[in-house]
Ligand binder design. Structure first.
Ligand code: SAM
Length: 274
């Protein structure tokens, strides 16, 4: 992948910029979080359309050179280290999706795509009505793909919180300097509630363990996790009605959810808790 420091590939193609901002369907009531405004290619358009924009930029020089707008707040910092509740205020509890004011729009730095998406969904799923993000095309395809060869742990994590939809592809020539790969603009539409009952940490632990050894059968790849939890893997697989001979990419989100719950139920009680 790119050797650019901080994933700095600046978008210069006007049509792509317009398409990204149009896709976010920003209304004058919306608040927008932009990650990595860079030289402000998207920022100006966002400020024209939204009530308020917070732009988080790690590169101090770029942050200081950004053109200012009355409704723009520039935060110099690392998105991965910022507390979203401090940045955006507390989310209103149980707000229906349509009434959520925050939207994310970002041409993400590709070297940290995964941790940024994890943070935005884990910490921020209750804030956002939608997230429109540019990422590597191959990663976008993986996030849309469940129960197939392209699937990875992040695919299940994302689909637990949101419905992903690839909107369009952007070629390297639209950036300066051009990256080595095609990019896709991906929309994530958070769910009001997760579509399956397993708690997020249990699901994430399970999918990570399974995909860490994706070519191995579940009976092998999950034994380490089961041991560390003091859980009974064969019993959990049986109760979840999943063959231990399957590979992780054959499982649906619902399969992983059933297995995560079944595994938790087989955890041996700690001494003194019996
Ligand atoms: N939005 C601009 C555009 O479309 O031209 C720039 C996009 S560029 C792909 C990614 C931007 O993210 C860069 O400006 C980079 O400095 C910034 N960045 C990299 N790591 C970051 C981090 N951890 N937190 C916030 N911004 C970061």
């Amino acid at each position: 992948m790119s050797k650019r420091p901080l994933g700095q590939h600046f978008l210069h193609e006007k049509t792509a910029i317009q398409k990204i901002v149009d896709s976010a369907q920003i209304t004058p009531q919306d608040y927008v979080l932009e990650i990595g405004p860079g030289r402000g290619a998207i920022t100006g358009e966002l400020c024209q359309r939204a009530a308020r924009v917070i732009a988080v930029e790690l590169d101090k020089n770029l942050a200081r050179q950004l053109k200012r707008y009355p409704n723009l707040e520039v935060v110099e910092g690392d998105i991965l280290r910022l507390d979203l509740a401090q940045l955006l205020g507390q989310p209103a509890p149980n707000l229906p999706l349509a009434q959520r004011r925050w939207k994310v729009v970002a041409n993400l730095p590709y070297y940290i795509t995964t941790p940024i998406i994890e943070k935005l969904l884990l910490e921020g799923h209750a804030y956002f009505q939608s997230l429109v993000i540019m990422i590597q095309k191959e990663v976008a395809q993986r996030l849309q793909a469940l129960a197939c060869r392209q699937s990875g742990a992040l695919s299940y994590f994302v689909n637990y919180y949101a419905r992903p939809q690839i909107l369009f592809t952007v070629k390297p020539g639209s950036f300066s300097p051009p990256p080595q790969v095609d990019s896709s603009v991906l929309a994530l539409y958070p769910y009001a509630a997760p579509p399956v009952p397993a708690p997020a940490p249990a699901l994430q632990r399970l999918t990570r363990a399974a995909f860490a050894m994706r070519r191995k059968t579940l009976a092998k790849s999950l034994q380490g996790l089961a041991n560390s939890l003091k859980a009974d893997l064969p019993l959990a697989l049986e109760r979840a009605q999943i063959s231990g001979q399957k590979r992780p990419e054959e499982l649906t989100l619902d399969d992983f959810s059933r297995l995560a719950l079944a595994l938790e139920k087989t955890i041996a009680p700690k001494e003194g808790q019996e």
